[in-house]
Design a protein around this ligand. Structure first.
Ligand SMILES: O=C(O)CCC(=O)C(=O)O
Length: 394
């Protein structure tokens, strides 16, 4: 995930949207068969002492992902959809614009980091470029959009805890935080958040990549060192618009994606990948070391995925900022980690105020500090405003 916008590297756009969709059919079917064989999905089960069920932990570590079914109920999904669409409607009409489609000042002009990134319709803005350290080495195919397609489409939206009241409450979800604690330890820390928007017939692709940057050559490298991302799905996802992953690839170190595509005859339809097909309200957990990506959304179905991740504290402490934070030259010291982690504590309280009937997650790094981090206008200004300038990207 990045703050960088790029024109896609020039490549012929030979396929129409419909041809691209048709050309994916056999691949989609094969992926679905493999996904069904693996399983790796079901309710988010916790043990009596609040840990992610050991069977789920084992399945996650084995394959590198898990699909939690039905975590977010219909009422919460409705609130999240309303807030996400509000954000979309208030986006500037393009990367240089200041007004939204209705001529109003766009949302986020006063944020320290603009909360929108754009792509050309059905394009691959990162693949085959040097952006983000060149971690998307092979470009996806870029079908020709329909004649009435807009010039730009929103690709990513950031800072959901600031711009979406429901997004802040989601960030304090007790079961999602309990699972994060089981995977990354009780002193777990946040990464960042980004909303991937795949508009029907327009959404861009995210070329195959692995997310981790900092620890590939570490003597302590292991399959969990770069953390994981959740994706909360606001709409049902399909093999045509969803995220695809290569099961088990989180265990194998740095993948040579360019070579994988070359060995596949130059085709982006990499073998052994599975689509993370979900219902609205399902939540995926994906190890950041997995080879993963998504194709141009030539389908008629929208995808909006609220994506936010967590790390082990020891993976982050003392690291130099990476990814979209790299230009800040920051080092993640105790203070930086504390300030960014405070978003979790405020989110827990925001959720508790809205859902007093729910159990409250106890976030160990803030034990005893809860009263200083209640959700109030004061903590909104102190902790939530521009919190994403303190993201912990590794
Ligand atoms: O959801 C997608 O399409 C891409 C997600 C992704 O690449 C990521 O979370 O790192």
């Amino acid at each position: 995930m990045s703050s960088t916008l790029a024109e896609p590297a020039a490549a012929p756009r030979s396929l129409s949207r419909a041809e691209h969709a048709a050309g994916m059919a056999a691949y989609r079917a094969a992926g679905e068969r493999l996904a069904a064989e693996i399983g790796n999905r079901g309710p988010l089960r916790l043990t009596d002492d609040g840990a992610l069920h050991p069977d789920i932990q084992a399945a996650y570590w084995r394959h590198g992902y898990y699909i939690f079914e039905g975590v977010i109920d219909a009422e919460e999904i409705a609130a999240l959809r309303a807030d996400a669409h509000n954000m979309l409607e208030r986006a500037p009409v393009g990367p240089e614009a200041k007004l939204d489609a209705q001529g109003r000042p766009a949302l986020g002009l006063d944020h320290a980091r603009l909360p929108y990134r754009f792509t050309r319709p059905l394009a691959d803005p990162w693949g085959g470029t040097q952006l983000l350290g060149g971690r998307h080495p092979a470009q996806m195919s870029q079908p020709k959009p329909d004649a009435d397609a807009p010039e730009w489409v929103v690709f990513l939206m950031y800072a959901m805890c600031q711009s979406m009241p429901s997004g802040l409450r989601l960030y304090g979800h007790p079961k999602l935080l309990a699972a994060a604690q089981s995977i990354n330890g009780p002193d777990f820390v946040p990464f960042n958040d980004a909303i991937f928007v795949k508009q029907p017939g327009l959404g861009g692709s995210v070329a195959w990549h692995q997310d981790g940057v900092t620890h590939w050559n570490s003597p302590d490298w292991d399959e969990g060192i770069h953390g994981f991302n959740y994706q909360v799905q606001l709409y049902p996802t399909t093999p045509a618009n969803c995220l695809w992953v290569i099961p088990g690839s989180h265990k194998l170190g740095r993948a040579d994606i360019k070579a994988m595509v070359a060995a596949n005859g130059g085709s982006e339809q990499l073998p052994g990948a599975v689509p993370l097909v979900c219902a609205a309200g399902d939540v995926t957990m994906v190890n950041r070391q997995m080879v993963h990506g998504s194709f141009a959304n030539s389908s008629p179905d929208i995808r909006i995925s609220l994506t936010f991740g967590f790390h082990r504290r020891r993976s982050v402490l003392g690291q130099k900022a990476a990814l979209s934070m790299a230009e800040t030259q920051a080092v993640y010291d105790e203070q930086r980690i504390f300030e960014r982690s405070a978003v979790i504590q405020v989110a827990i309280d925001a959720r508790h105020q809205a859902h007093p009937e729910e159990p409250v997650f106890r976030y160990q790094p803030f034990a005893g500090l809860e009263d200083q981090f209640r959700f109030t206008p004061e903590t909104f200004d102190r902790v939530i405003r521009d919190y994403n300038t303190k993201d912990l990207a590794i």
